[in-house]
Design a protein around this ligand. Structure first.
Ligand SMILES: NC(=O)c1ccc[n+]([C@@H]2O[C@H](COP(=O)([O-])OP(=O)(O)OC[C@H]3O[C@@H](n4cnc5c(N)ncnc54)[C@H](OP(=O)(O)O)[C@@H]3O)[C@@H](O)[C@H]2O)c1
Length: 320
């Protein structure tokens, strides 16, 4: 098969379209002919050696793909062959990828491969930030950083569906329009957060902050919180957050800081429920997937370039 691989850490140009061995599905696995693969910010961090740096090279990036089951491994019902599916599995920037059946989900007819490939990483992350880690309740204020990004647009819609109120942050006017379109009640530039959040929330502050920007935002995130408020750190697009001083930063207003990572252990039943709920909501039109950039898999270099230069909104998808 052909795949996008990289042999060394570096800028987007290390990604190469080349021959790679077609994976063989093992026991309990299926081989999927990939039609669309999702691109995530973490893929650019892996390629730059900032994340998962110990993984052996050459490596095929990608953690999610949608396509058609091509063949099955030992012990898997042959009825899977030909089914349209989405999978949350590694090595998806390729013509074929294999996946264990516990991370393979049949696709509703009206969910396209491109939409489906947008769901596992950003959808599950947004779902767990809002429902599992954040437990958003009606009437709460939530500050969603990078609100026009893949996770941000989904999290915004989910908070609104639960009756919460969203303040989003973005870097450009075009992104502000996207965040508003997803339901954000107010949209700010990052440097407006400290000044504007008290005004917008009438002195209350926000009950929850979803922050994957990190170094540039954590201080304003903490300052924006209402007493007993909760900051969830789930990424560091602008750099790492320094060690927090509990006495100085958290005690005075009884604040809570936590972390969320999709690759931490999740109960299998919770993950199945989350994925089913996401697919149902997308199929029913209750959750809108915004594909901001769709390119052929052969153009992965350009996809990475645009994602890490902050030039994308919503999801970036590579098609085969
Ligand atoms: N913890 C987890 O399990 C998990 C899972 C998925 C994603 N994440 C994290 O969540 C974040 C969003 O992921 P995503 O895939 O949905 O990406 P994304 O939000 O579509 O893209 C990243 C966005 O971050 C914003 N940003 C702020 N400062 C930045 C900087 N210095 N460099 C680059 N971008 C910057 C940009 O939006 P503006 O231009 O509007 O600032 C950019 O568009 C990433 O940090 C990612 O690593 C974490």
């Amino acid at each position: 098969m052909k795949a996008i691989r990289y042999h060394q850490i570096g800028d987007p140009t290390v990604l190469r379209w080349e021959d790679a061995e077609t994976p063989a599905p093992g026991a309990g696995e299926v081989l999927i002919a990939v039609r669309a693969a999702g691109v995530n910010f973490a893929d650019t961090e892996r390629r730059r050696g900032l994340y998962d740096a110990a993984a052996p090279l050459p490596r095929i990036l990608g953690s999610e793909a949608a396509g058609v089951v091509h063949s099955v491994g030992p012990g898997v019902d042959a009825a899977w062959v030909g089914r349209r599916v989405v999978a949350f599995t590694p090595a998806c920037y390729a013509e074929f990828t294999k996946a264990s059946l516990d991370v393979v989900f049949p696709l509703p007819d009206n969910v396209s491969f491109e939409m489906a490939a947008s769901i596992p990483v950003q959808g599950l992350t947004a779902y767990h930030l809002v429902n599992t880690a954040g437990r958003v309740a009606k009437g709460q204020w939530v500050l969603v950083h990078s609100a026009a990004g893949g996770v941000g647009l989904l999290a915004t819609q989910m908070v609104k569906a639960l009756g919460g109120k969203v303040i989003g942050t973005v870097s450009t006017d075009a992104k502000a329009a996207q965040a508003r379109d997803a339901g954000a009640d107010a949209v700010l530039r990052y440097d407006q957060v400290e000044g504007e959040v008290p005004r917008i929330t009438e002195g209350h502050g926000v009950d929850l902050v979803l922050d994957a920007v990190g170094a540039d935002t954590w201080r304003a995130s903490l300052k924006s919180l209402a007493p007993f408020g909760h900051l969830i750190l789930y990424g560091s697009a602008s750099g790492e957050v320094p060690k927090l001083d509990v006495d100085a930063e958290l005690m005075p207003r009884s604040l809570k800081v936590s972390a969320y990572w999709l690759r931490s252990p999740h109960p299998a039943e919770l993950q199945q429920r989350a994925m089913s709920s996401l697919l149902e909501d997308v199929a029913a039109g209750r959750l809108r997937i915004t594909i901001g950039l769709q390119l052929p898999l052969t153009e992965a270099v350009e996809a990475h370039r645009r994602l890490e230069s902050r030039a994308t909104v919503g999801k970036v998808v590579l098609t085969v």
